[in-house]
Design a protein around this ligand. Structure first.
Ligand code: UDP
Ligand code: MG
Length: 319
């Protein structure tokens, strides 16, 4: 195959129902966009269904496929990171395996990049088949993120994007554990061009992002791109101190006037109010501190169990 012009990286978590169709449509798009010199990296993120045997089967039949199996479920962002560490192409496309991002847009994205863009990111002009709850929380999330973050992060984008080698190498060089890839790519800068598209409903299977994962994803995004919550803690602390001082003054004045009231109820209210504030502040500290602890560990970001390409299995990434 020689030099690889394009790598496609697709994370797959229990996607047995869509993989064949994804492979068919993605291969056609790759052929149309850059002919034979492409690879499709399918990362099995610790699936519990038949995703991996299926990837092995596809890889045995099609030499363009590189199957990567992680030891366990590391989550979407780390699965993508694992794929990026393997991808050799001079351009890399990140795309979901569930066909919500249409593979057919690839040739158009390649063209935009030919015009000099470093990153071409898909921006959702419409999103069919998503719940009102998902749409509302996503919109709130991006508004808040952009208010709090110093790096502008375009709204209505996912990880569906084409990046050139320079951007990919910088991204790979960022060692942080809590990865919010679309934000990290925005941080890198360069010429980033939006390409509006209609996001499809999921082709088959169900979403792998339950509320729990959405919340942890949003927390990762906020804490890795903003320290405003930390400053908020300081403000809360200051405000409660001022409030406490006012109450104290009031109490002293009452005492001097001789109104010694046994008011234990009000002190109880004050105590619980301030312990509440303290708990909030401590919670925010804990959130950041926890991240520091994790970063300091310098654990590997993912664990690759096997790679399979053209009928051959290798136990370790061929770097
Ligand atoms: N995914 C993954 N690991 C996970 C969750 C999701 O690799 O722990 C993959 C999934 O297979 C899909 C992509 O990430 O290709 C996006 O996930 P999903 O479609 O479930 O999210 P949604 O589109 O509903 O936000
Ligand atoms: Mg999806």
């Amino acid at each position: 195959m020689g030099e690889i012009r394009l790598s496609v990286v697709a994370p797959c978590y229990n996607e047995e129902a869509v993989l064949r169709d994804f492979h068919r449509r993605m291969s056609a798009a790759c052929l149309a966009a850059c002919g034979d010199s492409h690879e499709i990296v399918l990362v099995d993120d610790g699936s519990s269904d038949r995703t991996w045997p299926l990837i092995e089967e596809l890889a045995d039949a099609d030499p363009h496929i590189v199957g990567v199996r992680l030891f366990r479920n590391h989550g979407h962002q780390l699965a993508v990171t694992a794929g990026l560490s393997i991808a050799k192409g001079s351009r890399v496309l990140l795309i979901d395996a569930d066909l919500q991002d249409p593979p057919e847009l690839l040739p158009q994205m390649m063209q935009i990049m030919d015009g000099g863009a470093d990153v071409v990111y898909g921006q959702r002009a419409s999103r069919s088949g998503e719940t009102a709850f998902k749409l509302a929380t996503a919109s709130l999330f991006y508004r808040m993120l952009n208010r709090l973050s110093a790096v502008p992060i375009p709204r209505d984008t996912g990880d569906f994007r084409l990046m050139n080698r320079t951007v990919v190498d910088i991204l790979r060089g960022m060692p942080e554990q809590h990865r919010f890839i679309r934000g990290m790519v925005s941080w890198i800068g360069g010429r980033q061009v939006a390409m509006p598209y209609a996001r499809e409903p999921r082709f088959a299977g169900t979403t792998k992002y339950p509320l729990r994962k959405m919340v942890s994803f949003a927390t990762d995004a906020l804490t890795s791109f903003s320290t405003v919550p930390l400053q908020l803690a300081v403000w809360l602390g200051l405000m409660s101190a001022v409030f406490a001082f006012l109450i104290l003054t009031y109490a002293v004045v009452q005492w001097m006037l001789g109104n010694v009231v046994p008011g234990w109820a009000s002190s109880l209210v004050a105590i619980s109010f301030f312990s509440g504030v303290q708990l909030v502040v401590m919670g925010v500290f804990g959130e950041y501190l926890g991240r520091v602890v994790q970063e300091v560990k310098r654990r590997p970001l993912f664990t690759i169990a096997a790679i399979r390409q053209a009928g051959v299995s290798t136990p370790l990434p061929a770097d």
